[in-house]
Design a protein around this ligand. Structure first.
Ligand code: HSE
Length: 411
């Protein structure tokens, strides 16, 4: 008897319920046991829905039921979801969650509790939605030393950037459309300011490097300052702008950040558009591995939760994922090696004649420029950030222009 309870029947929870109801017989046959959904905890009224016969508003009905062996936590937010998650593990039940806030904040405590109670705590859906990336990092690629992860980890911001570029929308209009389509989190700053991607890259990095990466210490910048002109001008220069969660492990230590970057068309992440997510993982034996798929949404995310349930039924993962219990990584700055940068310059009529020659003189022979309306863009040669800032100041003094945005460009 392996019965399952779902806590939280919102978008993801109801998707998990749908899968468990639909696959009940198949799962029971496969595992030669009764594998089924028994309860759904939610305060809403489900009369007349497929969830009616499972619904309860009382968590005790779940915690007092010895048939329930696994709890799926799909309640969002932090403390309420954490307290119920904790109780689930303390009561000797496996815990599967899609709640990345709880994993990023309380991963250590919950992992320890899972060890102590000899149960599993799995969270494939917490990063990359439906894309299997946590289990590949933790198991399939774990003979490698993973040394870099780069990912588009937030579907909402990727959707906003795509709509802005393809449909000429402002950031505000594209955000409203993302909210209307149900992509944006209730509080849009979690998406647009990069916090959601930050939690996800911290979770992936913790597992990949086996050192706990505290998401609160990860430098994080979002997409509010990206304009339609930036997207168009970077396109003309041969690049896409993407919000990238990235981390690297070098001899100096682990660096981790979330920031918009210009990616050349040869970087496969540059072609990932709309709500899709993608993660590139680099390992010493395997080289580059790319994961791509739906990073959000009811059934894709529920598919990842169901994958964790099946992994537990398989008994394949004898140990819970250890990363969060490892020592905390001392994050190092990304380094100040010279890089190319994209500059968005507000260009008055008077400055137009001198712009190209001034840009080339200051930003190197490899510098490229382009214009769009009252703006110009420079893709600079290779400079340290300090040197770059000094040259931008010289440009602003020599011809009457203003640099309004600086974005690092990847090779
Ligand atoms: N708001 C998130 C996103 C949902 O847009 O990617 C999935 O974590």
């Amino acid at each position: 008897m392996f019965k399952i309870a779902i806590m939280g029947c919102g978008v993801v929870g109801s998707g998990v319920a749908d899968i468990l109801i639909e696959k009940k017989e198949e799962l029971s046959k496969r595992f030669n046991d009764t594998v089924e959904l028994k309860k759904i905890l939610d305060l809403r009224d489900f009369t007349g829905t497929p969830y009616e016969s499972y619904a309860t508003k009382d968590a005790e009905e779940i915690f007092s039921d010895p048939e329930i062996k696994l709890i799926v936590m799909t309640i969002g937010g932090l403390d309420f979801a954490f307290n119920l998650s904790k109780r689930a593990l303390e009561s000797g039940r496996h815990l599967v969650t899609s709640n990345k806030e709880v994993v990023a904040e309380y991963g250590k405590e919950l992992t320890q509790l899972a060890f102590d109670n000899n149960v599993q705590f799995l969270y494939e859906a917490s990063s990359g939605g439906g894309i299997p990336v946590i289990r590949p990092i933790n198991i399939c690629l774990s003979s490698n030393d993973i040394y870099e992860i780069q990912g588009i980890l937030n579907g909402t911001t990727n959707y906003i950037l795509t709509r802005m570029k393809d449909d000429g929308m402002s950031f505000e209009d594209a955000l409203k459309l993302a909210q209307k389509n149900g992509y944006a989190e209730a509080e849009p700053s979690a998406d647009v300011d990069g916090h959601d991607a930050c939690r996800k890259i911290a979770i992936l990095s913790t597992l990949a490097y086996d050192e706990y990466v505290d998401y609160k210490k990860v430098p994080c910048d979002g997409i509010r300052n990206i304009s339609y002109e930036d997207l168009l001008m970077s396109e003309k220069l041969g690049y896409s702008i993407k919000l990238i969660g990235g981390s690297k492990k070098t001899d100096a230590g682990i660096s981790c950040s979330v920031e918009p970057l210009l990616l050349p068309k040869t970087n496969m992440l540059s072609g990932v558009s709309s709500v899709f997510n993608s993660v590139m993982v680099k390992g010493t034996y395997v080289g580059d591995v790319m994961f791509y798929g739906r990073g959000a949404g009811k059934l894709p995310t529920a598919s990842a939760v169901a994958g964790d349930i099946i992994a537990i039924l398989c008994g394949a993962e004898e140990k819970v994922l250890p990363g969060f219990m490892s020592k905390e990584a001392e994050l190092v700055p990304a380094g100040n090696t010279p890089a190319r940068y994209y500059l968005r310059i507000k260009l008055g009529e008077a400055a137009k004649a001198d712009f190209d020659s001034s840009a080339e003189a200051l930003f190197g022979k490899e510098a490229k420029t382009t214009e769009q309306g009252e703006y110009a863009a420079v893709l600079t040669g290779y400079f340290t950030k300090e040197e770059l800032n000094s040259r931008i100041a010289q440009l602003e003094q020599s011809i009457a222009v203003k640099c309004e945005n600086i974005i690092k460009a990847e090779d």
